[in-house]
Ligand binder design. Structure first.
Ligand SMILES: *[C@@H]1O[C@H](CO)[C@@H](O)[C@H](O)[C@H]1NC(C)=O
Ligand SMILES: *[C@@H]1O[C@H](CO)[C@@H](O)[C@H](O)[C@H]1NC(C)=O
Ligand SMILES: *[C@@H]1O[C@H](CO)[C@@H](O)[C@H](O)[C@H]1NC(C)=O
Length: 463
């Protein structure tokens, strides 16, 4: 089970200036939607080469098109109109004994949309059209190529108590007291025709002089809004675990240098439909609260462990330190098939004839959702709570905060579970850390089956 790190507090900012080159808005994304070997741009319909951390709308999957994005039931990013997805590789720490473990993210990501007109044209900036997608960076890079494209990705070593250190094209070589920030600037020049291309790059280009500003090349004359993403990781949690003379972090594709940093973008903003796509005609963006974005998660479907201590990186990703370009590997025996979704709830349909009905916010300090019996169970699991509720004569059981069990016979209508809180019900159970037992103030609900038994389905990664 993945354990998600919650961003403590996200603030939204919408800055708009009459001077178009200063206008930008930023969209905070909270905990990832899913961390999994999935990449519908590069590897549609199959397990992707390496593990990604994915943000954005829940209408995301191994195969996806624009229409699917519009079926999103929630998003891990806070702009309601933005059902887009953004993904970057997951980051791992490699211990001296060779084992790997995931570095938790500090929040999800921050996405900047910047309006930077081409100084040589009439200044029109076009919103990327529905279904537009692109990749920035190259996972095979292991050295600084010094091009505009490679300059567009960088790292910041975060230290809030000291003057900023220069950004680097590779992983910092000292511990960063406040963590590591990876930054990817996407191309902002488009050929004006193709939504995608076979390498997912040639339909777009960087401006000719700088990666983040200036004129577009004649081959890609249409200026689109500039997209910049920042992803932070808690590398400082491994601050006293450095060894040898190298930094210990490695991207999920076997990159211990950082030069292979890359990002993917699949557009699904649908509010800029003025025909010409002029970005200034887009509707203003509205926001949703943190608990909703935190709660938006998808279940994984590749049957390979991606967290905990791992002997090898998931997929076929031996560490390739360069400086020569890395090579894509396959045939190492890692699962490539898309399997059954790995549920975040415990399936009690055959063992107990009880079914999962979802996660919802409980009224801590007020009248609880379930008002029958309640108590703590030291070796708590969903089954243990259900058995307690059966013994007490109830038909609904709720697990909360690792070891609390609540029983009742009905749920107030206003408190019925919905899609989005699920990500808040991922606390490991006191009696089995591999099962989930609600969260602080969030209750995971099971009920006695009435006739047929079928767990309620929350967004899963569609095949
Ligand atoms: C997407 O939806 C539109 C409108 O419903 C439809 O016309 C179009 O054919 C769909 N595209 C795909 C690829 O399914
Ligand atoms: C490798 O080292 C890490 C960190 O010290 C430790 O937690 C892990 O259990 C070790 N793995 C093995 C296989 O020894
Ligand atoms: C100027 O902008 C308009 C859209 O506002 C566009 O249709 C037109 O082609 C642009 N002209 C040039 C020369 O780029």
């Amino acid at each position: 089970m993945p354990f998600f790190t919650k961003q403590a507090s996200l603030t939204w900012m919408f800055l708009c200036s009459v001077h178009p080159s200063l206008a930008f808005f930023k969209v905070p994304c909270s905990s990832p939607l899913v961390i999994e070997q999935v990449d519908p741009i590069v590897s549609p319909g199959v397990a992707s080469n390496h593990v990604h951390t994915v943000l954005g709308g829940s209408g995301f999957g191994f195969t996806m098109d624009y229409n699917m994005t519009q079926t999103s039931q929630c998003s891990s990013c806070s702009a309601i109109q933005d059902k887009s997805n953004y993904w970057v590789a997951a980051l791992y720490y490699q211990a001296q004994n060779g084992s790997f473990t995931q570095v938790p993210q500090n929040g999800g990501a921050l996405i900047y949309y910047e309006q930077r007109p081409d100084p040589t044209t009439n200044g029109t900036i076009v919103a990327p059209p529905a279904g537009f997608r692109m990749i920035a960076g190259n996972p095979l890079d292991r050295s600084d190529k010094g091009t505009i494209e490679t300059n567009a990705r960088s790292f910041a070593c975060l230290n809030y108590n000291a003057p900023g250190t220069p950004q680097t094209p590779n992983f910092p070589t000292t511990n960063c007291p406040d963590g590591l920030r990876a930054q990817v600037y996407f191309p902002s020049c488009w050929d004006g025709v193709n939504l995608d291309s076979s390498d997912h790059k040639s339909h777009v280009a960087y401006p000719t002089q700088e990666y983040d500003n200036g004129p577009c090349p004649a081959t890609h004359p249409v200026r689109i809004i500039s997209i910049f993403i920042e992803v932070n990781w808690h590398t400082e949690q491994f601050g006293d675990m450095w060894y040898g003379d190298q930094q210990p972090f490695v991207f999920s594709f076997g990159d211990p240098t950082g030069y292979g940093l890359h990002g993917d973008f699949a557009n699904a903003i649908n509010t800029c439909d003025d025909g010409g796509g002029d970005i200034t005609k887009c509707e203003p963006i509205t926001l949703q609260p943190d608990y909703v974005t935190d709660g938006c998660i998808l279940e994984r479907s590749i049957d390979e462990q991606v967290d905990g201590w791992l002997d090898a990186l998931p997929g076929c990703n031996p560490v390739q330190p360069g400086p020569n370009d890395a090579q894509f590997m396959s045939g190492c025996g890692a699962p490539t098939e898309i399997g059954q979704p790995l549920h975040y709830y415990t399936d009690l349909t055959s063992s107990h004839q009880w079914e999962w009905i979802g996660c919802t916010q409980d009224n801590v300090g007020g009248v609880r959702i379930l008002t029958g019996s309640s108590g703590d169970i030291s070796d708590m699991t969903p089954a243990a709570c259900v058995e307690q509720c059966i013994a007490d004569g109830y038909t609904i059981a709720g697990v909360e905060d690792e070891n609390q069990c609540f029983c009742g016979n009905s749920i107030p209508t206003k408190d019925m579970p919905t899609v989005t809180p699920m990500g808040n019900c991922l606390m490991p159970c006191a009696g089995d850390p591999l099962q989930n037992c609600g969260g602080y103030g969030f209750i995971g609900l099971y009920q006695k089956c009435d006739g047929s038994c079928s767990n309620l389905q929350y967004p899963v990664v569609p095949h």
